[in-house]
Write a protein that binds this ligand. Sequence first.
Ligand code: PHE
Length: 459
Amino acid sequence: MNDNLRDAAERGAFSGKIGYVLATAGSAVGLGNIWRFPYLAASYGGGIFLLVYLILALTFGYTLMMSESTLGRLTGKSPVGAFTAFSQRKLSKAGGWVNAVIPMLILPYYSVIGGWVCKYLFEYIKGNVAGTAQDDFFGGFISSAGDAELWFIVFTALTLIVIVAGVENGVEKVSKVMMPVLVCLAIIVAIYSMTRPGAVKGIEYFLVPDIKHFSWMTVVAALGQMFYSLSIAMGILITYGSYMKRDVDIEKATHQVIFFDSGIAILAGLMIIPAVFAFSGGDPAMLNKGPGLMFVTIPKVFESMGFGRGIGILFFVLVLFAALTSAISLAETCASTFQDELGLSRVKATGTVAVIMIVLGSLSSLGFSSLSFVTVIGMDILSFFDFLTNSVMMPIAALATCLFIVKRVGLNNISAEVSLSSKFRFEGMYRVFIKSVAPIFLVVIFLSSLASAFGLLNI
Ligand code: PHE
């Protein structure tokens, strides 16, 4: 097994702990926090969704993140290599590939949303503050094929340019500068939004759990969101772990990433949900707006703020960077799988990623215009990819990881690797979760997602 383990000298490495935390946080914090979390929280019960989410993140999220990053550091490989380092069985290889395929399916539709962000940035640069605040602006934009496709291509090109530059240069530098500025701006916008007349109801809806709003789908949605937001179950943390130096306290780094990521999601919720109440009176149709919620609500906030143009430009630039760091980490994982497993050169691997992005991303983008007649199990193409990856494939990938860690790697190997750099403080909880709670729960979630997709479960 040892020859398959990492050869640190050959692999690029993050510069110490802060490099790892910032890059992982850069991957974690993205559209998932700012765009996806608020709309799910709005439609799945507000406070109760938040509570379920936080509990899941600190238990499941923690367990899976620890497993992946430790596996990466132990083997020094990207997902398929990390899985096969311990077992040549077909099943392990398949487990690795499930992890590796997910980012290839997420990246294209992620870039479509990234394109929406670019479009809004452009509108604010032009000074179109009032236009973007109109109710039908967003719908008009996504249903015009050429415009949506153009901005999707712009975002795709930006992502690819950065990944050609490599791990340290691309990922680390960008995330180090932008992240703190994003936090400051989000705080300012959240305070503004929370102090609008009528916003208090929104704050209450978002922060105070109300069991009346609980349903099983709250748990399903929160789990999918947790995977997505923490970049779990898609090999990303395995890849990042493989770039991590041996002196990094994995557990502390993991906790920091979870707190930071959840903090940004909460801030985004506080920017958007109170504004839904202040500007649309908490209209249920608005709360259930889905993927368009941020793009419809935030411009209304900016329009009323004064300096709307400046704030809009700054906000969308920062969101763009958050989206880019995530897209880069997705693209990086795909490219490194192609390099390691198919023996492609970096340039060819990047080219392959580009082709996948453009083909699948165009389908998602055109799903709101030229291809709007196509629906898959009742969903538009983008929502279908989102559902397929978050609710179906990620539970399978996470389950594969749990079983693989328990059966092939062995919990003692994991403990030993974690303990190289620090005490393994939550080892007891980790073991219980990875061995029993997580696998059982994942199977239940997977089955209920399928049942709800096919209309068998209406809860
Ligand atoms: N975690 C990122 C976010 O919250 C999205 C992402 C998903 C990044 C998957 C990488 C992989 O936006």
